[in-house]
Design a protein around this ligand. Structure first.
Ligand code: 8P5
Length: 447
């Protein structure tokens, strides 16, 4: 199945996590409140009333976790910084204990020879900024610049790979359009303006990072997936094209200098974001790589029931994850070849890919998760095939290192290569993690 020699010598083999999902210590050492604390504490928003208050207690256990990561053989690791730990009110007063935490965390990683990829924003906006309008308020772009400068100045002597934002589509649409993520708003027009401000803040942050050190690599992480038409009908084809814009090209096009997709905003002009003079040029500031998160494809048909005139159709499967997401590895190949053909990024990292299945910890501390192993194997094969066709993929970060707080699903949905027994906080490497470790060691040994 896999031919490890196809992967470049410089390939980054790792896993990914996010601060709010693993750290815990939500009220410790000066950390401010985030929109995800507020959203989680609001009854009904998160399954079983779960929150990131404790999560994987990574805040206190990161040294143990990185020893485990080293033992598993990975050479890279994607993490995010919690903005509320650095600037508890979002701007102004800096929390030295927050900076010190990430100092120690990065030092611990480097001690093990693991290369950090740091995401600046993985959805945990300081609540104090939300109270001023959050990402719907253009001033938050300035706040993000302030935050970026502080983090890059403190960690930039050791961190050389930066991801400005994680999945602006989720932060914008799930958080402000569908209302199923923090801050829980349901206004599509606002969600599109939020998308614009996220992209604008990305462009500003790229410039800050490049000013700090032009040798540093900076990019953004997008959730991308194929949008397939449910039938050959012109209506369904057009519906799929609009969804492709709604999910994919609404970000890809402006990032690569093409402005916002007309196929979408000619159809729903009422949702078009307000764009100021110069914004699109800032958004298109050149980057060093594109981070791609891939989980599934979408199938669309025409509908008269909403202004976008598209609605999802359940994919045929036959395999689905515990999240009821179709297992569709060829979709990753489709995304990679399309991105290469249409945008030709200098470099691509798969910054997230993984699956949730119902894991059971056995009496003797095993988790036999063959479905997850098989999922990852097939998606790595899709990456291999894309590389064979010249797509410059130079890294794969499995989602996720640890089981963790899965947003509105709480702790029920486990994505980890490592099982977390929350009552004891003990970690147990799942069969998929053991397999991935062997593969990574072989790949890195093979180079
Ligand atoms: N149409 N459509 N498709 C998009 C549907 C959103 C899919 N969920 C994600 O991408 C999130 C991403 C997040 O970074 C991480 O923090 C989450 O834990 C994982 C797992 O959920 C994934």
């Amino acid at each position: 199945m896999l031919d490890l020699n196809v992967f470049p010598r410089t390939f980054k083999w790792g896993t990914a996590t996010a601060a709010y999902q693993i750290e815990g210590a939500a009220h410790e050492d000066g950390r401010g409140i985030s929109i995800w604390d507020v959203f989680s504490y609001t009854p009904g928003n998160v399954k079983k009333g779960d929150s990131g208050d404790v999560a994987c207690d990574h805040y206190h256990r990161y040294a143990e976790d990185f020893r485990l990561m080293k033992d598993l053989g990975m050479n890279s690791y994607r993490l995010s910084i919690a903005w509320p730990r650095i600037l508890p009110k979002g701007r102004g007063e800096v929390n030295e204990k927050g900076l010190a935490f990430y100092d120690h965390l990065i030092d611990e990683l480097l001690k093990h020879g693991i290369e950090p990829f740091v995401t600046l924003y993985h959805w945990d906006l300081p609540q104090a900024l939300q109270q001023l309008g959050g990402w719907a308020n253009r001033d938050t772009v300035d706040a993000f610049e302030e935050y970026t400068r502080i983090v890059v100045n403190r960690l930039g002597d050791r961190v050389k790979n930066w991801i400005t934002h994680n999945e602006p589509w989720c932060a914008a649409f799930l958080g402000h359009g569908a209302g199923v993520h923090a801050p829980g708003l349901k206004d599509v027009g606002v969600s599109m303006q939020v998308a614009h401000h996220l992209l604008l803040s990305h462009g500003k942050a790229v410039r800050i990072i490049k000013e700090h050190n032009p040798e540093h690599k900076v990019g953004i992480t997008l959730i991308l997936g194929p949008s397939h038409a449910a039938s050959e009908s012109a209506e369904d084809q057009a519906a799929a094209a609009r969804h492709d814009a709604f999910l994919n090209t609404i970000y890809l096009d402006p990032l690569y200098g093409r402005g916002y997709p007309k196929v979408l905003f000619d159809h729903v002009p009422q949702f078009a974001p307000k764009v100021q003079e110069g914004d699109l040029e800032i958004i298109a500031t050149p980057t060093d790589f594109l981070g791609i998160n891939y989980y599934q494809r979408s199938i669309l048909k025409h509908t008269e029931e909403n202004p976008f005139n598209f609605e999802g159709v359940r994919p045929p499967g036959p395999e689905f994850t515990f999240f009821d997401w179709e297992v569709y590895p060829q979709g990753l190949y489709e995304v990679l070849t399309r991105v290469q053909q249409d945008y030709a990024p200098k470099e691509i990292f798969i910054t997230e890919n993984g699956a949730t299945f119902e894991d059971t910890l056995t009496e003797d501390g095993q988790v036999h998760d063959e479905q997850r192993r098989f999922y990852i194997e097939r998606h790595l094969k899709a990456v291999q095939d894309a590389i064979s066709e010249g797509v410059p993929v130079n890294g794969y970060f499995a989602w996720s290192f640890l089981d963790n707080f899965e947003w509105a699903e709480g702790f029920e949905k486990r994505f980890g290569l490592v099982y977390v027994d929350y009552p004891t906080q003990n970690r147990y490497v799942k069969d998929s993690g053991k397999w991935y470790s062997k593969l990574v060691k072989a790949a890195l040994g093979a180079v």
